[in-house]
Design a protein around this ligand. Structure first.
Ligand code: ATP
Ligand code: MG
Length: 260
């Protein structure tokens, strides 16, 4: 059975897609079989792995709407062992399905499609959109755990209570297995006092939910790093685009923290 990890935060631009892509790539680089599911109509994870709209006919929308099996839409990426279930702007159409009163299992649409591939992968990583809407609820209902990227900027923790309430509600109802894997500080700048403040706040409230390199006291943070920002435009995860960059090392550390 795969370990299914959802990357979620309804705040926009906090590093969800960057984390989903680079965590998935780092896990695959460590020898694990990984499926990255792009569950965001913006399709940024799909583009980040170098795919454009003409490269694939079917996407996760066709799976959720029942016309394709997940295994039928999966694409092989340039990284051995990393597969992608691509997205497309058409995925917004699934919201209509979600509001259809005849659809009894609307929160479980994604979970039900995973049965097809669950035995084929060690990890399934799901990138979710910046909203606590139907797609994110489906992603959280399908996952065993959630990683919450927190951008080290002003307003970082705003809206977090709402996300945590949603996770707790889903855990009590349709997904008892769901746990918070951890909070991941992203775009951290050591020179920036605001970054330090956000990290201190996270440490105060969620100390046992930060990631660590084994034996190190300081938690794993993803630095603000230009190589991370550049890599999607080359269609590559940062671990391929700039393997020795600080950003690449940080995401490899995160993957290793999940593997110990
Ligand atoms: P959305 O909510 O729109 O889906 P997101 O939470 O997925 O956004 P990303 O797309 O991963 O966020 O990141 C937002 C922007 O910040 C992107 O341009 C990305 O390249 C850049 N970025 C993310 N992480 C870093 C980093 N550590 N250093 C520098 N730039 C980064
Ligand atoms: Mg995104």
């Amino acid at each position: 059975m795969s370990e299914i990890i959802c990357i979620a935060n309804q705040k926009g631009g906090v590093g969800k897609t960057t984390t989903a892509v680079n965590l998935a790539a780092s896990l695959a680089d460590s020898g694990k079989k990984v499926l990255l599911i792009d569950a965001d109509p913006q399709s940024n994870a799909t583009t980040s792995l170098g795919f454009s709209r003409n490269d694939y006919e079917f996407n996760i929308y066709h799976v959720l709407s029942g016309s394709k099996k997940l295994s039928e839409i999966v694409l092989k990426s340039d990284i051995e062992k990393l597969h992608l279930a691509p997205s497309n702007i058409g995925l917004v159409g699934i919201e209509k399905e979600f509001h259809n009163p005849k659809n009894k299992h609307k929160e479980l649409m994604l979970k039900n499609t995973l049965k097809d591939v669950e035995d084929s992968y060690d990890f399934i990583v799901i990138d979710s959109p910046p909203a606590l809407g139907p797609i994110t609820i489906n992603a959280l209902s399908a996952a065993n755990s959630v990683i919450i990227p927190i951008q080290c900027e002003f307003f970082a923790l705003e809206g977090l209570a709402q996300l945590l309430n949603t996770v707790s509600l889903l855990k009590k109802t349709i997904n008892p297995k769901l746990s918070i894997k951890g909070f991941l500080p992203t775009m951290y700048s050591a020179q920036n006092n605001l970054s330090k403040q956000v990290l201190a706040d996270l440490d105060r409230h969620f100390k046992d939910k930060l990631f660590h390199v084994k034996g190190e006291e300081e938690c794993i943070v993803i630095p603000r790093n230009v190589k991370i920002a550049e890599s999607p435009s080359f269609g590559q995860p940062v671990i391929n685009y700039a393997a020795t960059s600080k950003g690449s090392v940080a995401y490899k550390n995160l993957a290793n923290a999940l593997l110990v």
